[in-house]
Design a protein around this ligand. Sequence first.
Ligand code: HEM
Length: 511
Amino acid sequence: MLGDIAAIRAFSLLLWLSAPWVAWSASIVIYRLFFHPLSQILGPKLAVATLLYQTWYCFFGGGRFYAKIEELHRRYGDSRFPSLVHLSDSNNFDKIHHVGTPFTKDPAFYGAFGNPNSSFTTASNELHLLRRGGMNAFFSRKTVLQLEDIVHEKTELLLSRVQAALEAGTEVDMHHGLRAVSVDVVTDYAFGDCYDLLKQEDLGIKFFTLMHKIGPAAWIFRQWYWLKPVAMAIPGPVVKLISEPIGQVRDMQEHCRRQVLEVRTKHENGLDKDDARPTNFSALVDPEKSFSKELVDNLEDEAYLIITAAADTTGNAMTTITRYVVENPDIYRKLHAELCDAFPDRDADLEYVALERLPYLTIVIKEGLRLAFSVPGRLPRIVPKDGVTFNGHTLPQGTVVSMSSWILQQDEHYFPEPKTFDPGRWADPKEAQRFERAFIPFGKGSRACAGMNLAYCELYVVIGTMFRRFPNLAGNRLTAEDLVYEDYFSAYNPLKARKFHVMLAPTSEKE
Ligand code: HEM
């Protein structure tokens, strides 16, 4: 009896103590539903009332918020979650994403990544300009062309495994193999210290699995932002016991720190003078090149970002293109024929500049990038001073406004039957120009992808060389569930999904 009374008292006390919090939360919900300056923009009541709606689909729902938004656009048009707005009209993208834009990156979204001082995560456009300047120089088309041999070397490593598999009647895991090309290229290109995933028996599966597993953490840090500094403050050995992926992030950050330090020490002691090939980072630490302090002092963050930004994006695009080509015999035949005409020698190194001139290869790559959705989700920006109006909806200063490649690149106004892989839709130059408004695989404007030139070089060299060399590849059978995306900024197929493999087509002669 006495125990019951104590329990009732404790419960009443808890109610009294939580009453202010409940009242505060209820008033916020009422404000968001009825009095918020964005109440003209509709959305499901729960989505408008709490950010947990977004967190549910992003984290617990397996990274599928990007697809939920598509559903909401069909019902509501522009949609709201509670002070974030997702725009449905593709024509608005260029108004936000252009050179010199006053829209800044959303610090709550980008701050959840683990590298606060990189150009990618910088919110302010002014600071970003100082950081990005040096990066532009090292990912320029000119530098990419100078370092193209790295791309050829890694392409050969993968394609020699394909050749061996065709001869042995086995298969190659291209999902991981093409991602390994991308990581090996960028680590060699940037630091001269290649991760050599292509030389591993399993093509780096462990590396990519951990990269995938770290993805969901960012969605948690966006909802409960105070958790990130707590997680980052836990000592390295302890964090590894709690979470292997967060442990891997720490290891990678530490590795990047060591790499940058090594490059600096080598440069200060004049030991990089005789290097056969200068790397990006050896140039960035050169004081004579006078890159901004804001960039040079934070190269560790930049290094980490470059590896993560390059890994699954380019790898996913190359995998998607390869899969669509082998699944479509007419497209495969036409592509192979164009490549044979242009390059009679099957085993030659196919130069990027020559590949770029091939019209059919070019539209295959365009259409593949459209359907790859390597960064499928929203790219949130903050509305600048004085607010802005989109299609009659006025968004006040400070509103977070987003759009995504998942929505734009399936906009039927530009791409009828959007789920069909149809390179021919790009054949008419006038139409192709019109499509550019809704074609945003690399973003646009001052915050567009810094690695775009390198990514295009990889896409042309890998896809061109592979389909010149092999007229007889087939893919394994994958289901829609294997191919669905989880959005952890880059797109990931579910961990349990079967991954894309290639093998000799059943009716072919051995190469
Ligand atoms: C097909 C391959 C790729 C795709 C689709 C892609 C896509 C993107 C997109 C959409 C953004 C803009 C993100 C935003 O607005 O928040 C971006 C930014 C960035 N990407 Fe890529 N990317 C690819 C390959 C690469 C590669 C190979 C590298 C590095 C070598 C790279 C480095 C970066 C960097 C540094 C940024 C930040 C730019 C900034 O904010 O100044 N990306 N990428």
